[in-house]
Write a protein that binds this ligand. Structure first.
Ligand code: HEM
Ligand SMILES: *[C@@H]1O[C@H](CO)[C@@H](O)[C@H](O)[C@H]1NC(C)=O
Ligand SMILES: *[C@@H]1O[C@H](CO)[C@@H](O)[C@H](O)[C@H]1NC(C)=O
Ligand SMILES: *[C@@H]1O[C@H](CO)[C@@H](O)[C@H](O)[C@H]1NC(C)=O
Length: 511
Protein backbone atom coordinates (compact mmCIF):
# COMPACT_ATOMS: atom_id res chain seq x y z
CA UNK A 1 0.00 0.00 0.00
CA UNK A 2 1.31 3.37 -0.96
CA UNK A 3 1.58 6.09 1.68
CA UNK A 4 -0.66 9.07 1.08
CA UNK A 5 1.11 11.91 -0.64
CA UNK A 6 0.86 14.21 2.38
CA UNK A 7 3.05 11.84 4.38
CA UNK A 8 5.99 12.38 2.09
CA UNK A 9 5.31 16.11 2.03
CA UNK A 10 5.27 16.12 5.79
CA UNK A 11 8.50 14.14 5.92
CA UNK A 12 10.15 16.58 3.53
CA UNK A 13 8.90 19.52 5.54
CA UNK A 14 10.12 18.03 8.83
CA UNK A 15 13.53 17.31 7.33
CA UNK A 16 13.79 20.90 6.12
CA UNK A 17 12.83 22.33 9.48
CA UNK A 18 15.32 20.05 11.20
CA UNK A 19 18.06 21.14 8.81
CA UNK A 20 17.23 24.81 9.32
CA UNK A 21 17.24 24.37 13.08
CA UNK A 22 20.57 22.61 12.92
CA UNK A 23 22.03 25.36 10.75
CA UNK A 24 20.67 28.06 12.95
CA UNK A 25 22.06 26.51 16.15
CA UNK A 26 25.36 26.15 14.35
CA UNK A 27 25.19 29.74 13.32
CA UNK A 28 24.18 30.71 16.84
CA UNK A 29 27.19 28.95 18.21
CA UNK A 30 29.43 30.69 15.74
CA UNK A 31 27.85 34.01 16.58
CA UNK A 32 28.40 33.78 20.36
CA UNK A 33 29.21 37.28 21.46
CA UNK A 34 32.04 36.59 23.88
CA UNK A 35 33.62 39.32 26.04
CA UNK A 36 36.78 40.86 24.59
CA UNK A 37 40.16 39.42 25.46
CA UNK A 38 43.63 38.68 24.16
CA UNK A 39 44.19 36.17 21.34
CA UNK A 40 45.25 32.85 22.70
CA UNK A 41 47.87 30.24 21.87
CA UNK A 42 47.01 26.61 21.23
CA UNK A 43 47.17 24.39 24.35
CA UNK A 44 48.38 27.02 26.86
CA UNK A 45 45.85 29.67 25.84
CA UNK A 46 46.82 32.92 27.56
CA UNK A 47 48.97 31.41 30.31
CA UNK A 48 51.93 33.30 28.92
CA UNK A 49 50.27 36.51 30.12
CA UNK A 50 49.85 35.39 33.74
CA UNK A 51 52.69 36.21 36.12
CA UNK A 52 53.41 35.25 39.71
CA UNK A 53 50.80 37.71 41.03
CA UNK A 54 47.85 36.75 38.81
CA UNK A 55 45.52 39.47 40.14
CA UNK A 56 48.01 42.06 39.00
CA UNK A 57 48.45 40.48 35.58
CA UNK A 58 44.67 40.46 35.15
CA UNK A 59 44.56 44.02 36.43
CA UNK A 60 46.92 45.14 33.68
CA UNK A 61 45.02 43.17 31.04
CA UNK A 62 41.72 44.68 32.14
CA UNK A 63 43.09 48.17 31.48
CA UNK A 64 43.27 47.09 27.87
CA UNK A 65 40.22 44.84 27.47
CA UNK A 66 37.73 46.43 29.82
CA UNK A 67 35.69 45.53 32.91
CA UNK A 68 34.50 42.16 31.60
CA UNK A 69 37.12 40.25 29.67
CA UNK A 70 37.54 36.68 28.60
CA UNK A 71 40.78 34.76 28.61
CA UNK A 72 41.57 31.21 27.76
CA UNK A 73 43.71 29.40 30.30
CA UNK A 74 44.64 25.99 28.96
CA UNK A 75 41.38 24.30 28.00
CA UNK A 76 39.14 26.62 30.00
CA UNK A 77 37.44 29.90 29.33
CA UNK A 78 37.90 32.38 32.16
CA UNK A 79 35.89 35.56 32.58
CA UNK A 80 37.31 38.30 34.79
CA UNK A 81 35.09 41.07 36.17
CA UNK A 82 36.91 44.22 37.23
CA UNK A 83 34.33 46.93 37.86
CA UNK A 84 31.57 47.67 40.36
CA UNK A 85 28.96 47.14 37.62
CA UNK A 86 30.26 43.83 36.29
CA UNK A 87 30.90 42.51 39.82
CA UNK A 88 27.32 43.21 40.83
CA UNK A 89 26.01 41.58 37.65
CA UNK A 90 27.89 38.41 38.54
CA UNK A 91 27.46 38.37 42.31
CA UNK A 92 23.92 39.75 42.50
CA UNK A 93 21.91 39.83 39.26
CA UNK A 94 23.19 36.47 37.99
CA UNK A 95 24.41 35.03 41.30
CA UNK A 96 22.48 31.80 40.85
CA UNK A 97 24.03 31.11 37.44
CA UNK A 98 27.51 31.47 38.95
CA UNK A 99 26.99 29.89 42.37
CA UNK A 100 29.14 26.81 41.78
CA UNK A 101 32.87 26.18 42.07
CA UNK A 102 35.15 24.60 39.48
CA UNK A 103 36.47 21.16 40.25
CA UNK A 104 40.15 21.28 41.03
CA UNK A 105 42.70 18.75 42.14
CA UNK A 106 42.97 20.61 45.47
CA UNK A 107 39.22 20.31 46.05
CA UNK A 108 39.31 16.65 45.21
CA UNK A 109 42.34 15.58 47.18
CA UNK A 110 42.42 17.95 50.15
CA UNK A 111 38.71 18.30 50.92
CA UNK A 112 37.45 14.72 50.77
CA UNK A 113 36.15 14.83 47.20
CA UNK A 114 34.60 18.29 47.44
CA UNK A 115 32.72 17.43 50.65
CA UNK A 116 33.68 20.69 52.34
CA UNK A 117 31.87 24.02 52.01
CA UNK A 118 34.32 26.01 49.92
CA UNK A 119 34.78 23.60 47.03
CA UNK A 120 31.48 21.74 47.03
CA UNK A 121 29.45 22.28 43.88
CA UNK A 122 26.14 24.14 43.98
CA UNK A 123 23.35 21.79 45.06
CA UNK A 124 21.40 20.47 48.06
CA UNK A 125 24.53 19.37 49.97
CA UNK A 126 26.12 22.81 49.76
CA UNK A 127 22.84 24.62 50.45
CA UNK A 128 22.39 22.55 53.58
CA UNK A 129 25.97 23.33 54.63
CA UNK A 130 25.29 27.05 54.34
CA UNK A 131 22.11 26.65 56.38
CA UNK A 132 24.15 24.94 59.11
CA UNK A 133 26.60 27.86 59.09
CA UNK A 134 23.81 30.38 59.41
CA UNK A 135 21.68 28.73 62.07
CA UNK A 136 24.22 26.67 64.00
CA UNK A 137 27.90 27.36 63.53
CA UNK A 138 27.96 31.14 63.14
CA UNK A 139 24.68 32.14 64.75
CA UNK A 140 24.85 35.33 66.81
CA UNK A 141 24.20 33.28 69.92
CA UNK A 142 26.94 30.76 69.24
CA UNK A 143 29.49 33.47 68.46
CA UNK A 144 28.57 35.35 71.62
CA UNK A 145 28.90 32.21 73.69
CA UNK A 146 32.53 32.00 72.54
CA UNK A 147 33.42 35.59 73.36
CA UNK A 148 35.24 34.56 76.54
CA UNK A 149 37.60 32.45 74.43
CA UNK A 150 38.46 35.37 72.20
CA UNK A 151 39.06 37.56 75.25
CA UNK A 152 41.33 35.01 76.94
CA UNK A 153 43.43 34.53 73.82
CA UNK A 154 43.63 38.28 73.27
CA UNK A 155 44.88 38.65 76.83
CA UNK A 156 47.56 36.08 76.29
CA UNK A 157 48.69 37.97 73.17
CA UNK A 158 48.90 41.18 75.17
CA UNK A 159 50.97 39.43 77.82
CA UNK A 160 53.33 37.99 75.23
CA UNK A 161 53.83 41.34 73.56
CA UNK A 162 54.40 42.99 76.92
CA UNK A 163 57.04 40.46 77.82
CA UNK A 164 58.85 41.04 74.53
CA UNK A 165 60.24 43.97 76.48
CA UNK A 166 61.09 46.26 73.60
CA UNK A 167 62.83 43.52 71.61
CA UNK A 168 62.13 42.95 67.92
CA UNK A 169 59.33 40.51 67.17
CA UNK A 170 57.86 38.92 64.07
CA UNK A 171 54.29 40.11 64.57
CA UNK A 172 52.54 37.61 62.33
CA UNK A 173 53.77 34.62 64.36
CA UNK A 174 52.03 36.04 67.41
CA UNK A 175 48.88 36.90 65.47
CA UNK A 176 48.53 33.49 63.90
CA UNK A 177 49.03 31.87 67.29
CA UNK A 178 46.07 33.88 68.56
CA UNK A 179 43.79 33.06 65.66
CA UNK A 180 44.78 29.41 65.64
CA UNK A 181 44.08 29.16 69.37
CA UNK A 182 40.76 30.99 69.06
CA UNK A 183 39.58 28.88 66.19
CA UNK A 184 40.81 25.58 67.71
CA UNK A 185 38.97 26.25 70.92
CA UNK A 186 35.77 27.25 69.13
CA UNK A 187 35.85 24.45 66.58
CA UNK A 188 37.69 21.62 68.34
CA UNK A 189 36.91 22.47 71.95
CA UNK A 190 40.48 23.01 73.13
CA UNK A 191 43.76 24.26 71.88
CA UNK A 192 44.66 20.71 70.87
CA UNK A 193 48.06 21.90 69.88
CA UNK A 194 49.44 22.80 73.25
CA UNK A 195 52.83 21.35 73.79
CA UNK A 196 52.88 19.16 76.83
CA UNK A 197 49.23 18.24 76.38
CA UNK A 198 49.12 14.55 77.15
CA UNK A 199 47.40 13.25 74.09
CA UNK A 200 48.64 15.95 71.79
CA UNK A 201 49.08 14.03 68.57
CA UNK A 202 50.67 16.79 66.60
CA UNK A 203 53.15 19.53 67.33
CA UNK A 204 51.88 23.11 66.82
CA UNK A 205 54.67 24.00 64.45
CA UNK A 206 53.87 20.98 62.32
CA UNK A 207 50.17 21.79 62.29
CA UNK A 208 50.91 25.34 61.17
CA UNK A 209 53.09 23.97 58.40
CA UNK A 210 50.18 21.79 57.32
CA UNK A 211 47.88 24.83 57.19
CA UNK A 212 50.43 26.79 55.17
CA UNK A 213 50.73 23.88 52.78
CA UNK A 214 46.93 23.67 52.52
CA UNK A 215 46.73 27.35 51.62
CA UNK A 216 49.52 27.07 49.14
CA UNK A 217 48.07 24.02 47.41
CA UNK A 218 44.60 25.60 47.22
CA UNK A 219 46.04 28.72 45.67
CA UNK A 220 48.57 27.33 43.17
CA UNK A 221 48.01 27.16 39.44
CA UNK A 222 48.11 23.42 39.08
CA UNK A 223 48.64 22.63 35.39
CA UNK A 224 46.39 19.56 35.48
CA UNK A 225 43.42 21.75 36.43
CA UNK A 226 43.83 23.75 33.25
CA UNK A 227 45.19 21.27 30.74
CA UNK A 228 43.43 18.10 31.96
CA UNK A 229 44.91 15.66 29.47
CA UNK A 230 48.40 16.12 30.90
CA UNK A 231 47.09 16.18 34.47
CA UNK A 232 48.13 12.60 35.11
CA UNK A 233 51.77 13.60 34.66
CA UNK A 234 51.57 15.91 37.71
CA UNK A 235 54.49 17.86 36.28
CA UNK A 236 54.74 20.22 39.24
CA UNK A 237 54.31 17.48 41.83
CA UNK A 238 51.39 19.30 43.47
CA UNK A 239 48.97 16.38 43.34
CA UNK A 240 51.39 14.16 45.20
CA UNK A 241 51.79 16.86 47.86
CA UNK A 242 47.99 17.17 48.10
CA UNK A 243 47.62 13.46 48.70
CA UNK A 244 50.35 13.44 51.35
CA UNK A 245 48.80 16.42 53.08
CA UNK A 246 45.33 14.90 53.01
CA UNK A 247 46.68 11.82 54.81
CA UNK A 248 48.19 13.94 57.58
CA UNK A 249 45.02 15.96 58.05
CA UNK A 250 42.93 12.83 58.07
CA UNK A 251 44.98 11.30 60.85
CA UNK A 252 44.41 14.43 62.91
CA UNK A 253 40.69 14.64 62.12
CA UNK A 254 40.14 10.98 62.96
CA UNK A 255 41.72 11.57 66.34
CA UNK A 256 39.55 14.64 66.95
CA UNK A 257 36.32 12.91 65.96
CA UNK A 258 37.09 9.84 68.03
CA UNK A 259 37.72 11.94 71.11
CA UNK A 260 34.50 13.87 70.59
CA UNK A 261 32.47 10.73 70.07
CA UNK A 262 33.97 9.17 73.19
CA UNK A 263 32.93 12.13 75.31
CA UNK A 264 29.49 11.98 73.80
CA UNK A 265 29.09 8.28 74.52
CA UNK A 266 30.31 8.47 78.10
CA UNK A 267 29.00 11.69 79.58
CA UNK A 268 25.55 11.65 81.08
CA UNK A 269 24.23 15.06 80.19
CA UNK A 270 26.05 15.73 77.00
CA UNK A 271 25.65 19.13 75.40
CA UNK A 272 27.47 20.41 72.34
CA UNK A 273 30.47 22.45 73.50
CA UNK A 274 32.18 23.20 70.23
CA UNK A 275 31.55 23.17 66.49
CA UNK A 276 32.70 19.56 66.01
CA UNK A 277 30.08 18.52 68.58
CA UNK A 278 27.46 20.45 66.63
CA UNK A 279 28.49 18.79 63.39
CA UNK A 280 28.50 15.31 64.88
CA UNK A 281 25.02 15.95 66.24
CA UNK A 282 23.88 17.08 62.80
CA UNK A 283 25.44 13.98 61.28
CA UNK A 284 23.14 11.87 63.44
CA UNK A 285 20.03 13.80 62.46
CA UNK A 286 17.75 11.49 60.43
CA UNK A 287 15.73 14.46 59.16
CA UNK A 288 18.54 16.10 57.23
CA UNK A 289 17.78 16.52 53.54
CA UNK A 290 21.21 15.16 52.60
CA UNK A 291 23.01 12.91 55.03
CA UNK A 292 26.14 14.42 56.53
CA UNK A 293 28.72 11.63 56.51
CA UNK A 294 31.78 11.27 58.69
CA UNK A 295 34.06 12.50 55.90
CA UNK A 296 31.75 15.52 55.54
CA UNK A 297 32.21 16.38 59.22
CA UNK A 298 35.97 16.11 58.77
CA UNK A 299 35.90 18.28 55.64
CA UNK A 300 33.77 20.99 57.28
CA UNK A 301 36.00 21.00 60.34
CA UNK A 302 39.09 21.42 58.22
CA UNK A 303 37.40 24.28 56.31
CA UNK A 304 36.58 26.11 59.52
CA UNK A 305 40.12 25.82 60.82
CA UNK A 306 41.70 26.82 57.52
CA UNK A 307 39.27 29.66 56.76
CA UNK A 308 39.51 31.09 60.22
CA UNK A 309 43.22 31.05 60.93
CA UNK A 310 45.31 32.73 58.31
CA UNK A 311 42.95 35.44 57.04
CA UNK A 312 42.68 37.52 60.19
CA UNK A 313 46.38 37.31 61.05
CA UNK A 314 47.34 38.42 57.55
CA UNK A 315 44.94 41.37 57.67
CA UNK A 316 46.14 42.64 61.04
CA UNK A 317 49.76 42.33 59.92
CA UNK A 318 48.97 44.46 56.87
CA UNK A 319 47.14 47.01 59.01
CA UNK A 320 50.10 47.52 61.37
CA UNK A 321 52.45 47.73 58.35
CA UNK A 322 50.36 50.49 56.76
CA UNK A 323 50.10 52.36 60.06
CA UNK A 324 53.86 52.32 60.58
CA UNK A 325 54.09 54.24 57.31
CA UNK A 326 51.37 56.65 58.47
CA UNK A 327 52.02 57.67 62.11
CA UNK A 328 49.35 60.39 61.91
CA UNK A 329 46.70 57.69 61.59
CA UNK A 330 47.97 55.92 64.72
CA UNK A 331 47.65 59.20 66.64
CA UNK A 332 44.06 59.65 65.53
CA UNK A 333 43.19 56.06 66.41
CA UNK A 334 44.73 56.22 69.88
CA UNK A 335 42.90 59.51 70.54
CA UNK A 336 39.65 57.75 69.70
CA UNK A 337 40.56 54.80 71.94
CA UNK A 338 41.54 57.03 74.87
CA UNK A 339 38.29 58.92 74.53
CA UNK A 340 35.94 55.96 74.10
CA UNK A 341 37.67 53.23 76.12
CA UNK A 342 39.96 55.20 78.38
CA UNK A 343 43.37 54.23 79.71
CA UNK A 344 42.15 52.11 82.57
CA UNK A 345 40.95 49.03 80.72
CA UNK A 346 41.28 46.98 77.54
CA UNK A 347 38.98 47.19 74.49
CA UNK A 348 36.03 44.79 74.56
CA UNK A 349 33.97 43.59 71.62
CA UNK A 350 31.07 45.73 72.73
CA UNK A 351 33.23 48.86 72.28
CA UNK A 352 33.78 48.23 68.58
CA UNK A 353 30.60 49.96 67.30
CA UNK A 354 31.74 53.12 69.13
CA UNK A 355 35.14 53.10 67.40
CA UNK A 356 34.37 54.32 63.87
CA UNK A 357 37.94 55.35 63.13
CA UNK A 358 39.42 51.97 64.06
CA UNK A 359 36.75 50.33 61.93
CA UNK A 360 37.65 52.62 59.05
CA UNK A 361 41.30 51.51 59.36
CA UNK A 362 40.16 47.89 59.05
CA UNK A 363 38.12 48.69 55.92
CA UNK A 364 40.98 50.61 54.36
CA UNK A 365 43.35 47.71 55.07
CA UNK A 366 40.96 45.24 53.47
CA UNK A 367 40.53 47.57 50.51
CA UNK A 368 44.24 47.68 49.67
CA UNK A 369 45.14 44.20 50.93
CA UNK A 370 42.21 41.87 50.32
CA UNK A 371 42.91 38.38 51.63
CA UNK A 372 41.38 36.88 48.47
CA UNK A 373 42.13 39.40 45.72
CA UNK A 374 40.03 37.54 43.15
CA UNK A 375 37.62 35.93 45.64
CA UNK A 376 37.35 32.15 45.22
CA UNK A 377 36.77 31.03 41.60
CA UNK A 378 33.21 30.36 40.53
CA UNK A 379 31.88 28.54 37.51
CA UNK A 380 28.91 29.16 35.22
CA UNK A 381 26.29 26.48 35.90
CA UNK A 382 24.39 27.44 32.74
CA UNK A 383 24.71 29.75 29.74
CA UNK A 384 24.34 33.35 30.84
CA UNK A 385 24.32 36.81 29.35
CA UNK A 386 26.18 39.59 31.10
CA UNK A 387 26.27 43.17 29.85
CA UNK A 388 25.29 41.95 26.38
CA UNK A 389 28.00 39.28 26.27
CA UNK A 390 27.51 35.53 26.23
CA UNK A 391 29.10 33.54 29.04
CA UNK A 392 28.82 29.86 28.09
CA UNK A 393 28.19 27.16 30.69
CA UNK A 394 31.35 25.92 32.46
CA UNK A 395 33.20 29.22 32.04
CA UNK A 396 35.28 29.95 35.13
CA UNK A 397 34.55 33.30 36.71
CA UNK A 398 36.84 35.55 38.73
CA UNK A 399 35.90 38.85 40.34
CA UNK A 400 39.05 40.90 40.67
CA UNK A 401 38.31 42.88 43.82
CA UNK A 402 41.94 43.98 43.91
CA UNK A 403 41.30 46.06 40.78
CA UNK A 404 37.86 47.27 41.87
CA UNK A 405 39.20 48.41 45.22
CA UNK A 406 41.88 50.48 43.48
CA UNK A 407 39.60 51.92 40.82
CA UNK A 408 40.28 55.65 40.47
CA UNK A 409 36.74 56.27 39.25
CA UNK A 410 35.46 54.91 42.59
CA UNK A 411 38.17 55.95 45.05
CA UNK A 412 40.03 59.22 45.02
CA UNK A 413 43.82 58.69 45.14
CA UNK A 414 43.29 54.94 45.34
CA UNK A 415 46.93 54.12 46.12
CA UNK A 416 46.94 56.26 49.25
CA UNK A 417 46.15 54.59 52.58
CA UNK A 418 43.48 56.85 54.04
CA UNK A 419 40.86 55.54 56.50
CA UNK A 420 39.20 58.99 56.38
CA UNK A 421 37.61 58.01 53.08
CA UNK A 422 35.28 55.65 54.99
CA UNK A 423 34.50 57.88 57.94
CA UNK A 424 30.85 58.93 57.91
CA UNK A 425 30.23 56.90 54.73
CA UNK A 426 27.67 54.19 54.49
CA UNK A 427 30.00 51.55 53.06
CA UNK A 428 30.36 48.23 54.87
CA UNK A 429 32.03 44.90 54.07
CA UNK A 430 28.85 42.82 54.16
CA UNK A 431 28.62 42.26 50.41
CA UNK A 432 26.16 45.03 49.66
CA UNK A 433 28.65 47.62 48.48
CA UNK A 434 30.40 46.33 45.40
CA UNK A 435 33.28 48.77 45.71
CA UNK A 436 34.45 46.92 48.84
CA UNK A 437 34.15 43.13 48.82
CA UNK A 438 36.78 41.57 51.11
CA UNK A 439 34.36 38.74 51.99
CA UNK A 440 32.78 38.44 48.56
CA UNK A 441 29.06 38.73 48.06
CA UNK A 442 25.99 36.73 47.16
CA UNK A 443 25.27 33.07 47.81
CA UNK A 444 28.94 32.11 48.04
CA UNK A 445 29.93 34.96 50.29
CA UNK A 446 32.18 34.08 53.24
CA UNK A 447 30.00 32.54 55.95
CA UNK A 448 32.61 33.36 58.62
CA UNK A 449 32.64 37.11 58.02
CA UNK A 450 31.22 38.14 61.38
CA UNK A 451 33.73 36.04 63.30
CA UNK A 452 36.57 37.23 61.05
CA UNK A 453 35.62 40.87 61.54
CA UNK A 454 35.32 40.48 65.31
CA UNK A 455 38.78 38.97 65.58
CA UNK A 456 40.40 41.54 63.29
CA UNK A 457 38.72 44.59 64.80
CA UNK A 458 39.28 43.70 68.41
CA UNK A 459 42.88 42.56 67.88
CA UNK A 460 43.76 45.73 66.03
CA UNK A 461 41.96 47.94 68.56
CA UNK A 462 43.80 46.33 71.47
CA UNK A 463 47.18 46.38 69.72
CA UNK A 464 46.79 50.12 69.13
CA UNK A 465 45.36 50.77 72.58
CA UNK A 466 48.01 48.87 74.45
CA UNK A 467 51.22 49.52 72.55
CA UNK A 468 53.21 52.09 70.64
CA UNK A 469 54.53 50.52 67.48
CA UNK A 470 57.98 51.16 66.10
CA UNK A 471 60.15 49.76 63.38
CA UNK A 472 63.54 48.37 64.46
CA UNK A 473 65.94 51.28 65.10
CA UNK A 474 67.95 50.78 61.92
CA UNK A 475 64.87 50.89 59.70
CA UNK A 476 62.95 53.83 58.25
CA UNK A 477 59.27 53.72 57.32
CA UNK A 478 60.18 54.32 53.68
CA UNK A 479 62.30 51.18 53.71
CA UNK A 480 59.34 49.05 54.73
CA UNK A 481 58.71 46.75 51.82
CA UNK A 482 55.00 46.38 50.94
CA UNK A 483 55.26 43.52 48.46
CA UNK A 484 52.88 40.60 48.60
CA UNK A 485 53.01 36.95 47.57
CA UNK A 486 50.21 35.07 45.94
CA UNK A 487 48.63 32.10 47.63
CA UNK A 488 45.11 31.83 48.81
CA UNK A 489 45.70 34.65 51.31
CA UNK A 490 47.97 37.28 49.79
CA UNK A 491 50.30 37.81 52.75
CA UNK A 492 53.28 40.12 53.03
CA UNK A 493 56.33 38.86 51.16
CA UNK A 494 58.66 39.95 53.94
CA UNK A 495 57.19 39.29 57.41
CA UNK A 496 56.84 42.45 59.45
CA UNK A 497 59.35 42.87 62.28
CA UNK A 498 58.39 45.45 64.90
CA UNK A 499 58.99 46.72 68.40
CA UNK A 500 56.01 47.08 70.76
CA UNK A 501 56.21 49.43 73.74
CA UNK A 502 53.46 49.49 76.36
CA UNK A 503 51.44 52.70 76.45
CA UNK A 504 48.99 51.97 79.32
CA UNK A 505 49.61 51.77 83.09
CA UNK A 506 51.80 48.73 83.85
CA UNK A 507 49.29 46.98 86.11
CA UNK A 508 46.93 46.52 83.16
CA UNK A 509 49.36 44.07 81.56
CA UNK A 510 49.08 41.79 84.55
CA UNK A 511 46.42 39.62 82.93
C1 HEM B 1 39.45 38.03 57.68
C2 HEM B 1 38.65 37.07 57.63
C3 HEM B 1 38.11 36.45 56.36
C4 HEM B 1 38.12 36.87 55.07
C5 HEM B 1 38.71 38.18 54.52
C6 HEM B 1 37.45 35.87 54.28
C7 HEM B 1 37.24 35.95 52.91
C8 HEM B 1 36.52 35.03 52.16
C9 HEM B 1 36.22 35.16 50.75
C10 HEM B 1 36.63 36.33 49.87
C11 HEM B 1 35.51 34.06 50.37
C12 HEM B 1 34.99 33.75 48.95
C13 HEM B 1 33.70 34.46 48.70
C14 HEM B 1 33.18 34.29 47.29
O1 HEM B 1 33.52 33.32 46.60
O2 HEM B 1 32.40 35.17 46.86
C15 HEM B 1 35.37 33.22 51.54
C16 HEM B 1 34.71 32.02 51.57
C17 HEM B 1 34.65 31.21 52.67
N1 HEM B 1 35.12 31.51 53.95
FE1 HEM B 1 36.01 33.21 54.55
N2 HEM B 1 37.06 34.87 55.10
C18 HEM B 1 37.44 35.18 56.39
C19 HEM B 1 37.20 34.46 57.54
C20 HEM B 1 36.60 33.24 57.57
C21 HEM B 1 36.34 32.48 58.77
C22 HEM B 1 36.64 32.96 60.19
C23 HEM B 1 35.78 31.30 58.36
C24 HEM B 1 35.32 30.12 59.16
C25 HEM B 1 35.67 29.86 60.35
C26 HEM B 1 35.67 31.33 56.91
C27 HEM B 1 35.15 30.32 56.12
C28 HEM B 1 34.87 30.43 54.76
C29 HEM B 1 34.22 29.39 53.98
C30 HEM B 1 33.76 28.02 54.49
C31 HEM B 1 34.07 29.88 52.66
C32 HEM B 1 33.44 29.16 51.46
C33 HEM B 1 32.00 29.55 51.29
C34 HEM B 1 31.31 28.87 50.11
O3 HEM B 1 31.97 28.48 49.14
O4 HEM B 1 30.07 28.71 50.16
N3 HEM B 1 36.17 32.52 56.46
N4 HEM B 1 35.99 33.84 52.63
C1 LIG C 1 51.46 46.12 35.11
O1 LIG C 1 51.74 47.37 34.51
C2 LIG C 1 52.61 48.18 35.27
C3 LIG C 1 52.68 49.54 34.61
O2 LIG C 1 52.78 49.44 33.23
C4 LIG C 1 53.98 47.48 35.36
O3 LIG C 1 54.87 48.27 36.10
C5 LIG C 1 53.79 46.14 36.05
O4 LIG C 1 55.01 45.43 36.10
C6 LIG C 1 52.73 45.31 35.34
N1 LIG C 1 52.47 44.14 36.17
C7 LIG C 1 52.27 42.93 35.71
C8 LIG C 1 52.06 41.85 36.70
O5 LIG C 1 52.22 42.66 34.52
C1 LIG D 1 36.39 10.15 45.88
O1 LIG D 1 35.39 9.54 45.08
C2 LIG D 1 35.90 8.53 44.24
C3 LIG D 1 34.77 8.03 43.34
O2 LIG D 1 33.57 8.60 43.63
C4 LIG D 1 36.48 7.41 45.10
O3 LIG D 1 37.02 6.42 44.26
C5 LIG D 1 37.58 7.99 45.98
O4 LIG D 1 38.07 7.01 46.86
C6 LIG D 1 37.07 9.16 46.78
N1 LIG D 1 38.20 9.78 47.47
C7 LIG D 1 38.15 10.20 48.73
C8 LIG D 1 39.36 10.88 49.25
O5 LIG D 1 37.16 10.08 49.43
C1 LIG E 1 53.27 30.17 69.02
O1 LIG E 1 52.85 28.99 69.64
C2 LIG E 1 53.82 27.95 69.65
C3 LIG E 1 53.22 26.73 70.26
O2 LIG E 1 52.33 27.00 71.29
C4 LIG E 1 55.06 28.41 70.40
O3 LIG E 1 56.04 27.40 70.36
C5 LIG E 1 55.59 29.66 69.74
O4 LIG E 1 56.68 30.16 70.48
C6 LIG E 1 54.51 30.72 69.68
N1 LIG E 1 55.02 31.84 68.92
C7 LIG E 1 54.94 33.06 69.35
C8 LIG E 1 55.54 34.09 68.49
O5 LIG E 1 54.40 33.35 70.39
Amino acid sequence: MEAPIWVSYAALWLATVALLLLLSTNRRRRKLNLPPGPRSWPIIGNFNLVGSLPHRSFHNLSQKYGPLMMLRLGSHRVVVATSVETASLILKTHDLSFASRPRTAAGKHTTYNYSDITWSPYGPYWRQARKMCLTELFSVKRLESFEYIRTEEMNSLIKQLFSSNGKQIALKDHLSNVSLNVISRMVLGKRYLDEGEENSIIRPEEFKKMLDELFLLNGVLNIGDWIPYIGFLDLQGFVKRMKDLAKKFDRFMEHVLNEHNKRRATSEEWVARDMVDVLLELADDPNLEVKLERHGVKAFTQDLIAGGTESSAVTVEWAISELLKNPGIIDKATKELDLVVGRRRWVQEKDIPSLPYVRAIVKETMRLHPVAPMLVPRIAREDAQIAGYDIPKDTRVLVNTWTIQRDATVYENPEVFSPERFVGKNIDVLGRHYELLPFGSGRRMCPGYSLGLKVIESSLANLLHGFSWKLPAEMKADDLDMEEIFGLSNPRKVPLVVVAEPRLPRNLYDL
